[in-house]
Design a protein. Structure first.
Length: 105
């Protein structure tokens, strides 16, 4: 019974960044974001917020409902204001790792 508690505590103890790194390579995700997203999105959370503009990646990362599965679905669903990214599974994993890694701790 004690090992179940230890395993459960270990699984719940990881930070957002640690879980993000398990998904993909955040550095590669940032490179993809710079190429595909930075023209419209603040991908680092350092620019002033444009009231009617798209959310920054930091804002997206810190929404309570943001999950890897939700980001995966979003990135593979066409949106009128976004280009068709046509990311591979690996590229998607890197993007997800980058975005989740921006979550404030």
């Amino acid at each position: 019974m004690r090992w179940i508690t230890v395993v459960a505590a270990t699984l719940m103890a990881g930070t957002g960044a640690a879980r993000a790194a398990d998904i993909g390579q955040p550095g590669m995700g940032r490179e993809i974001a710079e190429r595909w997203c930075a023209e419209c999105h603040d991908i680092t959370g350092t620019l002033p917020r444009v009231l009617d503009g798209p959310p920054s990646f930091v804002t997206v990362a810190n929404k309570p409902e943001t999950t890897a599965a939700g980001l995966r679905a979003f990135l593979h669903t066409p949106h009128a204001q976004m280009p068709d990214l046509a990311l591979s599974r690996e590229e998607t994993d890197h993007m997800i790792a980058y975005i989740l890694g921006l979550k404030r701790r």
